[in-house]
Design a binder for this molecule. Structure first.
Ligand SMILES: O=C(O)CCC(=O)C(=O)O
Length: 281
């Protein structure tokens, strides 16, 4: 009985001392891992570790984390960075227009402005811009191979908005780029508003009407990063109906911005970017 219980407790033959393995007859095929009658290498203390042994190797480069995007969604003045070109600053004013004013302005501008789709020219080829645009100002404006011809006939709503932003800021804008994002698939890719005609450290006042879209910013990488944007600082600023965003200082020199496509459906959005353009010398 005791013997039966002992056998039930143990699993397999390992509980009993193994019978000595008979020496393999000469010429017999044996395992090449451990020839019959010899001690396997891994059991012998005098043997160096075999190649199969796990060896911990330190990663050659410390793993870098992709920083999480910061969010700016409260009114205020935000200093984004102080280097390399100086202070980069944005000023967010949600509710610059109350919703009733913003509603009727949106409807008029959507209906009245001379919206058109431009062809974007880059080294890789040309493509239709995924949004509609129009331009106001005494001077032409050239960006990404597109030249917007002068258009001094300011729509009364645009003239009114220009005056209101100028009064707030104490400056005079002479130009305006209008963007119409018809739906979630319309967008503007990463860029800076750094054309020579905008001068250094341009002030850009951007007013949004209609559907809320994310305005994203990323810091330009330092020279050592060789154009690698993976680890740069990022920001997201949701811009909703009636919100004014001003960018100034070194923001265009040290940062890029975009309005990405969205996965979920979005109604139309108008964005008005008031600028000061200098004649080309
Ligand atoms: O639609 C926006 O908020 C941004 C537009 C823009 O980046 C531009 O006009 O340069």
């Amino acid at each position: 009985m005791a013997e039966r219980r002992r056998r039930a407790r143990v699993q397999g033959g390992w509980a009993n001392a193994p019978a000595a393995r008979p020496a393999a007859p000469k010429g017999a095929v044996t395992s090449n891992l451990c020839p019959a009658g010899t001690t396997p290498a891994w059991m012998r203390k005098d043997q160096p570790h075999s190649q199969e042994q796990f060896v911990f190797e330190k990663p050659s480069e410390v793993e870098r984390r992709v920083p999480e995007a910061g969010v700016i969604d409260k009114p205020g003045v935000y200093e984004l960075s102080k280097t390399p070109s100086g202070i980069s600053r944005v000023h967010l004013i949600p509710g610059f227009l109350d919703s009733e004013q913003a509603d009727w302005m949106f409807e008029q501008l959507l209906h009245d402005l001379p919206w058109g789709q431009r062809t974007h020219i880059r080294q890789e080829g040309s493509f239709e811009e995924p949004r509609l645009t129009c331009w106001y100002g005494e001077l032409p404006y050239t960006y990404s191979g597109i030249t917007m011809q002068p258009n001094p006939n300011w729509h009364p709503v645009l003239a009114l908005l220009k005056e209101r932003i100028e009064a707030l800021r104490g400056c005079t804008f002479n130009s305006l780029l209008c963007n119409l994002y018809r739906h979630e698939k319309d967008s503007v890719d990463w860029h800076s508003d750094d054309e020579p005609s905008l001068g250094t450290n341009p002030l850009i006042a951007s007013l949004s009407l209609g559907a809320t879209r994310n305005f994203e910013m990323r810091k330009k990488p330092s020279l050592e990063e060789n154009g690698d944007y993976r680890f740069v600082e990022r920001l997201r600023i949701p811009l909703d109906h009636g919100t004014l965003l001003m960018m100034e200082g070194a923001t265009q020199e040290d940062w890029q911005h975009r309005v990405p496509k969205e996965y979920h459906s979005r109604a139309a959005r108008i964005n008005l970017t008031f600028r000061i353009i200098y004649p080309e010398t």
